[in-house]
Design a protein around this ligand. Structure first.
Ligand code: BGC
Length: 732
């Protein structure tokens, strides 16, 4: 009896203790409470200094020297909001995180960001190449692979995707986005956000995404980086905003403000874009991080006299986190005390940062499990995705008399500086990619053709410079061969940030090599690897085939070897126009209409590009049937379906992408000559016919945006087209 009585007493005491404990647990630490309640509770407890510190981002982990790790931990204040994490070691993250959790008064975890642009360790092709795959599902999978590797390595947040519409190949950052078209950028923005964030950012395999660089960075004048951009309100909405609209709708947790001055108001001090549109009109409740140094750069841009004014302008415009400017940490507190920034505005900013931290589950799981590299990287499925994406992004630009695939050749010569490089195939922003794993072009071809053809390699020359002493060896190899694969292109650092070029032509030495090889009379297959389209107007005729392999990442040259042998049937199509010459830039398919379409031509070069947007060949042939619409007119809220049958008339299976365009011939605001509105990629087996469909909802697919971003649907005729076929539709 006594024992039972004792046990009851004990149980009661325990229950009371638990209840008391619960009562003492602050709301913000209670995982069962809604995020908003937790955020508000935490905010109430924070001092001005603590609030300000949440809005700053420093760097961590550049120094790999183990002796300095202690220093790195010491340099990060326990109250800091975020770091850019250059390491992939969860240990260092955890040490610094422990400091934030245990040494700061409130135990607020840091958020670790990093540029995971096209993969973390398993590097996949550059984004421009990914767009040429026209396979958003695959890009979503690749982004999920990147997220898993990053999160398991201590990164919670990627500064990706870059969805800046870019129409100037001289701008090095064309490599980082999805090409020249707003709709394409929008579709891939959604795919990558979904891949990074999954259904639940708190999962230990997902990261927060960051749409960048908001907005208009791709309009950099003359392809020069960081410069002024001239963007009218109409073009802002027509062209540059569209991908952001969709990316925000897809739930992107954060955005990065841009470096560029937008017609007089830099993006980082632009209340219209950041406050009125993003936070107001679109209701985005995550936060905006400045680009690296972009707040401080408001001084050289001429809108702030000093760092304090820069902090004021950026903050009141709507930039919540200061990336490496030392503006907010130094001046924001002061600005609040002086009444120039209201406490309400400060609270709103902190609330946004905390919200993302809660959504990432950082308060519950601040530390990263210390897994082995083998558990995180190069998983079989991750490598498969990287290889498939590299295969599908390759674009066969030319294939005279079906010289490709190489089936008869017994002797293949590979010449050119791209032939034996691993490093340059990684592309810019290659995160923790390890080029040692990459198989170069010549080696991949040797493996691919083993037992079928001999493959010899002679470099011929370097990527640039004037040294032609290797030409002779290359010519000898070419003379002995049945076919010459000339592997040319760009070094890794010729594209990406701060990598502008005055021309998109190859350096002279590479062109000379090509010219000398062509004098041998041997058929040339030109293989290009680059981060931008290349000017080929003058050399195109000397090549029987041209293949753009872009920068494929970790899969290296195995995919291109597969294309040359025929193991892989190419299916990539251009997401960016290939100009005939650099002088045509800017040239893109969706320009506004000319007053005299048949005049205004260049006198010295053709007006048309060498290869247009959407161009890309296959080893099989596809025949398009007649377009058929389910109705000839449609009301504002109605729907209409247009379909087209496509038959594989060749002798092998192939993947085909159908691009659907609309043309609005007469509108109150002039519309582009045509606009991509839908695309789909499907496998068509040889001899089979597959029907492709475009389900049109007028408000989504036909309406356009005015200079305020309001949707306008006008009555009248529009055309729906696929290749050269079109049907007419009446909007009632
Ligand atoms: C780039 C951003 C990048 C950031 C952090 C900047 O220089 O413009 O795209 O995310 O650095 O590395």
């Amino acid at each position: 009896m006594k024992r039972i009585y004792l046990m009851i007493c004990l149980a009661c005491a325990c229950t009371a203790m638990i209840a008391q404990g619960k009562k003492d647990t602050p709301v913000y630490k209670d995982a069962n409470r809604p995020v908003e309640e937790r955020v508000n509770d935490l905010l109430k407890r924070m001092t001005l200094e603590e609030k300000v510190m949440q809005l700053n981002q420093y760097t961590l982990g550049r120094n790999d020297n183990v002796n300095n790790v202690g220093e790195a931990v010491k340099n990060i204040p326990a109250e800091l909001g975020s770091v850019i994490y250059f390491s992939y070691d969860p240990k260092l993250r955890n040490e610094v995180q422990r400091k934030a959790m245990e040494e700061s008064r409130l135990g607020i975890p840091l958020i670790y960001g990093y540029d995971v642009i096209h993969g973390f360790r398993t590097v996949y092709p550059i984004p421009l190449a990914q767009a040429c795959s026209w396979n958003p599902e695959l890009v979503q999978q690749a982004s999920a692979v990147a997220a898993q590797e990053a999160r398991m390595s201590g990164v919670d947040w990627t500064f990706s995707p870059m969805i800046d519409v870019a129409r100037d190949g001289r701008w090095g950052r064309v490599a980082e986005g999805y090409g020249e078209d707003p709709h394409t950028n929008a579709v891939f923005a959604v795919a990558s956000v979904k891949g990074y964030q999954g259904d639940n950012m708190a999962s230990d395999k997902n990261v927060a995404a960051c749409l960048k660089h908001f907005v208009g960075y791709g309009a950099s004048e003359g392809g020069r980086d960081y410069v002024f951009t001239e963007i009218s309100r109409q073009t802002l909405w027509d062209t540059y905003m569209q991908p952001y609209i969709e990316g925000v709708k897809a739930g992107a947790a954060t955005l990065m403000s841009c470096f560029n001055d937008i017609s007089g108001t830099p993006g980082t001090a632009n209340p219209y874009i950041l406050r009125e549109v993003l936070k107001g009109k679109w209701g985005h409740d995550g936060f905006v991080v400045s680009d690296w140094g972009a707040i401080e750069q408001l001084r050289p841009q001429g809108v702030a006299a000093d760092k304090k004014e820069a902090a004021l302008k950026a903050f009141t415009a709507g930039v919540e986190m200061d990336m490496m400017n030392n503006c907010y940490n130094k001046h924001l507190g002061e600005l609040v005390s002086e009444g120039l920034v209201s406490m309400e505005m400060l609270d709103d900013a902190v609330r946004r940062v905390l919200r993302v931290k809660f959504r990432l589950g950082l308060f519950e799981r601040p530390y990263t499990p210390e897994s082995t590299e083998k558990e995180r990287f190069y998983l079989a499925e991750s490598l498969r995705v990287a290889e498939q994406l590299a295969e599908e992004s390759i674009v066969l630009l030319k294939n005279e008399n079906n010289i490709l695939p190489l089936q008869e050749a017994k002797d293949i010569a590979v010449v050119g500086p791209m032939g034996d490089t691993r490093w340059h195939l990684l592309g810019s922003w290659a995160a923790h990619g390890d080029s040692e794993r990459i198989v170069p072009i010549a080696s991949a071809l040797k493996e691919e053709f083993e037992g079928k053809a001999s493959v010899t390699f002679a470099k011929g020359c370097d990527f640039d410079g004037e040294d032609s002493s290797g030409f002779e060896e290359a010519l000898q190899a070419a003379r002995k061969a049945d076919v010459v694969v000339v592997a040319l292109g760009e070094k890794k650092n010729w594209s990406g940030e701060n990598a502008s070029r005055s021309t998109i032509a190859l350096p002279d030495i590479q062109l000379q090599l090509l010219k000398e090889i062509s004098k041998t009379g041997k058929p040339i297959v030109l293989v290009l690897s680059s981060g931008r389209p290349i000017e080929l107007g003058k050399v195109e005729a000397s090549c029987k085939a041209i293949v753009q392999m872009w920068q494929p990442g970790i899969s290296g040259a195995k995919p291109i070897a597969g294309v040359l042998s025929g193991r892989v049937n190419p299916s990539g199509k251009l997401a960016i126009t290939y100009p005939y010459a650099s002088g045509q830039i800017p040239i893109y398919y969706n320009q506004r209409k000319s007053a005299r379409p048949h005049q205004g031509k260049y006198q010295d070069i053709p007006n048309t590009p060498l290869y247009e947007f959407g161009h890309g060949l296959s080893y099989t042939s596809f025949e398009y049937g007649k377009l058929k619409a389910s109705a000839s007119s449609v009301s504002k809220d109605g729907r209409v379906t247009v379909e087209v049958p496509v038959t594989n008339t060749g002798d092998r299976d192939g993947l085909e992408t159908v691009h659907w365009f609309i043309t609005d011939p007469v509108a109150s605001i002039s519309r582009p000559v045509k606009e991509l509105k839908h695309f789909e990629k499907k496998l068509i087996r040889k001899g089979e016919t597959v029907v492709f469909r475009f389900e049109i909802t007028p408000m989504k697919d036909i309406a356009f945006l005015n200079h305020n971003g309001d949707k306008i649907l006008e009555k009248g005729k529009v055309y729906i087209s696929v290749k050269d076929e079109r049907v007419e539709l009446d909007i009632e």
